[in-house]
Each structure stands twice: as C-alpha cells, then as structure tokens.
Design a protein around this ligand. Structure first.
Ligand code: SER
Length: 311
C-alpha cells in the first residue's frame, strides 16, 4: 500500500512497484485522485493519511504487508502552515507505526530528508551521524520522525526503513512546496520560455537526485535483508550536488539560448540551512546503494522526455 500515491514520489513509486510485482499487488491511496495512468493501472482508494481507521480498513481489506507512507507537507509550504505541517507529518507516521507495532503490517517505509540537518551541521560531505539542529518545521518533523522510527524498531521490533532523500528531480508528476523544487520547474520553463527566474541565488549548492535513482533506492532498501539494515533512523543518500547556475549550464548544452536570473525569496534561508553535499557511505556499504544518474544524464533524459510529451 502506498499512502500519498498521487504525489511526486508516490506516483512513480507506484508504477515501479506495479511493474515489478503486478498491478493488483500494489494498492495506491491518496486524499485525492492521481493522474490517469495511476488511476487506470490498478486498485486505488481515497484515504486521508491522518485517518488511522481508514488506513487500517484498507490494510485489512487488501491483506497489506508493506506500507510506504509518502504523504507529507514539504519545507516551503510547511513554513506557511507550521502546525498543519507538524500535525500531518507526525500523525501520518504514528498511524502506520501503530499498525506495524500491532503486527497488522510487516514492513514500513517512511521518507526522511536532508532537511533534518541545520545551519550547525557540517555543510560538505555531511556524515550519517552529526549535529542536527533543523530550523524548518518540516525538518523538525522529519528529525523527530527518525527518532520515533528508531524507537519503534528498538522497543517493539518494528521493521521500519527510511532514507534522507536529497532534492528529488522528476518530470512525470509535479512536485509541491519544496525548496529544491526549482530544479524541477527550471526544465519546464526552459522548454516553454527559454528563461528561468530562480528563487535560490547563484552558488546555492544542494544535494539532488533523479527520481529513478530515488525509487530504486527506496525499493532496494525495502528488499534488503533485515540484518543488513543497521540504521533504523534514516540513511543518508546521495547522488549529485549542484547550484542553480550549474543546472542552467547543463540545460544550455541542449538549449543554447537558455538564460537564468536570480530573485531569491524566503526559500533561500531554508536552502542555506541545509548541507551542500552528503556522505552516504553507510547506505553504500550496508545494502549496496549506487546511484546511476549524473546531472548531465538527468538533464538529457528529462529534456528528451519533455520534448516528446510536449510534441
Ligand atoms: N525536497 C524537500 C524540500 O525541499 C526536502 O526534503 O522540501
């Protein structure tokens, strides 16, 4: 069961798992319907991630073993609605931790984020274990969630697994409310208008990853034998790091006239509080994580596919 299946990660996770295990084996759910492909490909249930009973009902009805809890309010929107973000991000997690504790599901995936880090964290090659003083509500909810995941594992033997996703770049489903999402929008604007106004300034390097890599990491982590999972809070996960001018350069290789301007807003402060690169050697050592896509590969793939789609 995927909760938040209509969202940016959920949509692609759902289609990956359906290709792998068969459409009827993967139950998509969300508070709203997803795109046509998602809705037509297999079972879908309207479920509010805040509604424990509704989740349990689907779990029992479909004999769910594994749950991916992908519903969340992201960093930039969270700063506008702090209590709403806190309530959604924590209640949704507790709803599924409880089901796992009661033995109603076997395995749980819950995403964490680079937002667990803050301004006092070492900025370059941020290690797995380090100072974590997040300044956003989103980051506070993810860091707290990590602590609870580890607690439920240690205390109740819950098989919960988690990744600290970097900024995730996709072109199939639009993202919503993240600080790293400029790096999604830029491709659409490059193709449509040949220019982009970035809400982050030049030199703001952040850890990023192509969605295909993130989905593969998620499913690989969930399929790894339990004894290989040594981190039960959340694993650092990394692929590439870039600043706005670097993604702009990679786009120029395909659209030579493309131009970028900078008009930083409140999201600059959020970005400045996060690491610029991540050391994910524990994920690589423990369960064999390896990324595939570089910035150049990702840009080529996205531009090729958006051109086909827009044609
Ligand atoms: N990409 C997310 C955000 O920017 C971080 O997890 O909010």
């Amino acid at each position: 069961m995927i909760i938040g299946a209509s969202g940016q990660i959920g949509t692609e996770l759902c289609s990956y798992l359906r290709d792998k295990y068969g459409s009827h084996k993967v139950i998509a759910s969300d508070i709203r319907e997803g795109d046509d492909d998602l809705m037509e490909a297999g079972p879908f249930e309207i479920v509010d991630a805040m509604d424990a009973e509704a989740i349990e009902d689907v779990v029992i009805r479909y004999e769910i073993t594994d749950v991916y809890m992908m519903a969340a309010m992201l960093s930039a929107t969270g700063e506008k609605f702090p209590m709403k973000a806190w309530n959604l991000n924590m209640t949704s997690l507790f709803n599924v931790l409880k089901l796992a504790k009661e033995g109603k599901i076997e395995k749980l995936f819950w995403p964490s984020s680079i937002a667990v880090f803050g301004p006092s964290t070492p900025k370059h090659d941020t290690p797995q274990q380090t100072i974590m003083e997040p300044t956003t509500v989103y980051g506070i909810s993810k860091q707290t969630g990590e602590r609870w995941c580890e607690y439920y594992h240690r205390k109740y033997g819950v098989d919960v697994r988690s990744l600290r996703y970097p900024g995730l770049i996709s072109y199939k489903t639009p993202p919503g409310g993240g600080t790293t999402d400029y790096a999604v929008d830029i491709y659409h604007k490059a193709l449509k208008h040949g220019r982009y106004v970035s809400f982050l300034k030049e030199g703001t390097a952040l850890p990023m990853m192509f969605m295909d890599d993130a989905i593969r990491a998620t499913v690989d982590l969930m399929e790894a034998p339990a004894e290989k999972i040594k981190v039960r809070s959340a694993y650092n996960l990394s692929a590439m790091s870039f600043a706005p001018e670097e993604i702009a350069e990679s786009i120029k290789a395909h659209i030579p006239d493309f131009s970028i301007e900078y008009e930083p807003d409140f999201r600059q402060e959020i970005a400045d509080s996060w690491p610029s690169s991540i050391d994910d050697s524990e994920a690589r050592n423990d369960w064999g994580w390896q990324h595939e896509y570089s910035l150049a590969d990702m840009t080529a793939e996205i531009i090729k596919n958006l051109k086909i789609r827009n044609a």
